[in-house]
Ligand binder design. Structure first.
Ligand SMILES: NC(=O)c1ccc[n+]([C@@H]2O[C@H](COP(=O)([O-])OP(=O)(O)OC[C@H]3O[C@@H](n4cnc5c(N)ncnc54)[C@H](OP(=O)(O)O)[C@@H]3O)[C@@H](O)[C@H]2O)c1
Length: 308
């Protein structure tokens, strides 16, 4: 009734059980033949010695030779019995799998150790890069050092910051925090972030970064690169980089401070904040805000400073 394609599927575990049962049946059958052979052999030896009188005089420690021969013969049978009922039970397939697992665990531990060594080397390299940056900063003019370039972002637990060119959550106290910090300053943003807002934000100098030569919008300064945008804001003691994902990624290396709102929830999204490397960044201030009727999620304001 079943064509080749319609054969009922036996799953892998079932197949393994069937194979195991077949192997055990074969082992026991062989043991049974061995037992029959032992009985026949023993009878033949007794007949040879006792009935036909073969080697009647041969004795060892007072026993007829056939007793020794049957004993030896029986020992082989005993070994076979032990092999079938004891050895294959304790050192069967499960035992082999356990051994394999143990070996794999040892290998995995070794790989983990190697990974940790690599990680340490990466941290050392990041520290060296930081030391180099500090050395360069030490040579910068006092004017340049006075400026605190700041990234400001609201970031989910899984680093998501947006979806379909829009924000995902609405947290009014976070918006107020954003307004309080950025008012009176330059806010630097990517073209997509600008287009996700209804218009330029009031009381701030809006700088939009784009590669488009003919881009223009009301109340914004257009910059062709992040460096150009920072140049526009060079007189501002604290210009803010307000996103999105592309701009944060490029700006991290030029930034002195991060004002992060960590939203304590994971979201699905398509834009992410880069990982914060704690070798480079030090958490200097935190303020937790529990969820309430106006705020759907818990969140924490965290200030990071680049380590000196
Ligand atoms: N949670 C938050 O705090 C937060 C904050 C801001 C934004 N967001 C979210 O982030 C998302 C937008 O981020 P995104 O990464 O898609 O875009 P984006 O960073 O806002 O803007 C990307 C655009 O910036 C321009 N650009 C980038 N690098 C440039 C460079 N080196 N030189 C010149 N122009 C450059 C390009 O514009 P052209 O294509 O015009 O050349 C590029 O398409 C949205 O979902 C938004 O809601 C979240």
């Amino acid at each position: 009734m079943f064509g080749k394609k319609n054969k009922p599927a036996i799953d892998k575990d079932q197949l393994e059980l069937v194979k195991n049962a077949q192997r055990r049946i074969k082992q026991k059958k062989r043991l049974y033949y061995h037992f029959v052979l032992f009985l026949i052999g023993a009878i033949v030896l007794i007949v040879l010695n006792v009935v036909l009188g073969y080697g009647e005089q041969i004795k060892l420690l007072g026993l007829n030779w056939f007793v020794w021969a049957i004993g030896l013969w029986g020992l082989l049978l005993l070994i076979h019995v032990f092999d079938v009922f004891v050895t294959s039970r304790f050192m069967g397939k499960e035992w082999e799998e356990r051994q394999l697992e143990k070996l794999l665990a040892i290998q995995e531990a070794r790989i983990e150790k190697m990974k940790n060594t690599l990680k340490n080397e990466e941290l050392l390299m990041a520290e060296a890069a930081l030391a180099e940056e500090r050395r360069l900063n030490a040579n910068a003019s006092p004017k340049e050092k006075e400026q605190v370039i700041t990234i400001i972002a609201a970031v989910a637990e899984n680093n998501v910051i947006g979806k379909d060119n829009d924000l995902i959550w609405h947290l009014s106290d976070d918006l107020k925090h954003f307004k309080d910090l950025t008012s009176g300053h330059h806010i630097i943003m990517g073209r997509k972030t600008f287009e996700s807002m209804p218009k330029a934000l009031p009381n701030r100098t809006n700088v939009v970064i784009t590669r488009q030569d003919d881009f223009s919008a009301e109340n914004v300064i257009v910059a062709g690169s992040l460096q150009e945008a920072l140049e526009v804001a060079k007189e501002d003691p604290q210009p803010f980089i307000i996103g999105g994902g592309e701009i944060y990624k490029q700006a991290l290396q030029f930034t002195d401070r991060i004002e992060l709102t960590r939203v304590h929830h994971s979201f699905e999204g398509d834009t992410f904040f880069p990982e914060i490397n704690t070798v480079v960044w030090k958490e200097v201030d935190t303020k937790f805000h529990a969820k309430d009727e106006k705020h759907e999620y818990d969140f924490t304001f965290i200030r990071y400073e680049k380590r000196q």
